[in-house]
Design a protein around this ligand. Structure first.
Ligand SMILES: Nc1ncnc2c1ncn2[C@@H]1O[C@H](COP(=O)(O)OP(=O)(O)OP(=O)(O)O)[C@@H](O)[C@H]1O
Ligand SMILES: [Mg+2]
Length: 344
């Protein structure tokens, strides 16, 4: 009997664009077997848009991995004595009480060991652990929305870690031998938020969500050029011969954003005494005219875009390859969510 291949759809429900990447496990490799995206306008029914989009792209798998974000999602990096996974579960509940600003009964708690470390104070072995707490009502609303859409939620992730998982998947399949010790900052600039995840190898050391992104750039364009939000959004995406006006209108916000991200690099560098060596940007705003140059000036280091699909084989005649390649910079989170396939 033929074994049914395992497929999962990484579904990134962004504030302005929804992206879906279907990954299928072929035993010897994971391949992209479906891809689609669409824009959502304020007030539109997200469930309806998701179904239309999946249907048009011929994606049949109903099993999805999605993410939650915002101020109801708390992530902390903590250090604990060495313990096994079972003991860790109990310890996380106890520790969460110290680190999170909500009542413990209001949140779902999860976590995972990152790595063993030597305590600088006692010299004893300890472990660094990721603690994640999410308000239960946020998770429940999210699950209800997914189920009402007729989909099966397999797991719910957090954007910053999906970003890290996409990077890890790319590295796994990479013929290049990357420097394991290099510090890489992944920065995804969306429409309402910017996600930062700083990694050494594939291990996360710092992550943060900054609530400054594309919508503020659009507001800058609207204000300076006396346009409504819709006109400003379209002009920002397709400036044509008005690019210099756009650059001028968004320059102060781009500087603010770059400075805010730079603060996170400073924090990391002070805490770990290591330098962020490479900055990889993604998200729709990575294409904003002048963003890369502003980041390079403020960070005083090279800033590059990356393609989370570059080492993944494509399979399926419904995939629009040209669209996938030109949209790839907006796909790390969807690919990283789909990459949970390897952990299920
Ligand atoms: N070609 C382009 N030039 C400039 N900006 C663009 C372009 N394409 C998209 N954007 C901007 O990128 C943003 C959408 O990017 P993305 O899909 O990464 O965000 P999102 O996932 O929907 O939002 P969030 O992550 O904040 O929930 C919007 O602010 C949009 O204006
Ligand atoms: Mg996003």
């Amino acid at each position: 009997m033929l074994r049914k291949r395992k497929s999962v759809v990484g579904l990134d429900i962004g504030a302005s664009e929804i992206k879906a990447v279907e990954l299928t496990d072929f035993g010897d490799s994971v391949k992209i077997t479906g891809f689609c995206h669409c824009r959502v306008e304020p007030g539109e029914d997200i469930g309806v848009r998701i179904n239309e989009m999946l249907h048009e792209a011929g994606i049949k798998s109903r099993r999805v991995v999605t993410s939650v974000s915002g101020r109801s999602v708390i992530v902390r990096y903590i250090t604990l004595p060495l313990m096994n996974d079972e003991e860790l579960k109990g310890a996380l509940r106890y520790e969460a009480d110290k680190y999170i600003p909500f009542e413990i009964d209001e949140v779902s708690i999860d976590g995972q060991k990152l790595e063993d470390v030597e305590s600088s104070a006692s010299g004893e072995q300890e472990m660094r652990v990721l603690l994640c707490a999410v308000k239960k009502d946020l998770i429940q609303d999210h699950i209800n929305m997914i189920q009402e859409t007729g989909l099966t939620p397999l797991a719910i992730d957090v954007d910053a870690f999906a970003l890290g998982n996409a990077f890890e998947l790319r590295n796994q399949n990479s013929p290049r031998v990357d420097d394991e010790d290099k510090i890489v900052a992944l920065v995804d600039v969306g429409s309402v938020k910017t996600n930062i995840n700083i990694l050494r190898g594939n291990t996360s050391y710092f992550s943060r969500e900054v609530y400054l992104a594309g919508d503020e750039l659009t507001e800058g364009v609207a204000r300076q050029l006396h346009l409504d939000d819709h006109e400003a959004e379209e002009l920002k995406r397709n400036p044509g011969d008005r690019e210099s006006e756009i650059c001028e209108a968004i320059a102060p916000t781009l500087d603010d954003l770059a400075n805010e991200i730079h603060l996170s690099f400073d924090y990391f560098e002070n805490q770990f005494d290591r330098e962020v060596g490479e900055v990889l940007i993604s998200g729709g705003c990575a294409q904003t005219p002048g963003l890369q140059e502003t980041f390079e000036r403020v960070f005083d280091r090279q800033v590059l875009s990356w393609d989370p699909t570059e080492n993944l084989e494509l399979k399926g005649d419904r995939i629009d390859i040209e669209d996938l390649k030109s949209y790839a910079g907006q796909l790390p989170i969807a690919v990283g969510l789909g990459a949970r396939l390897l952990m299920l």
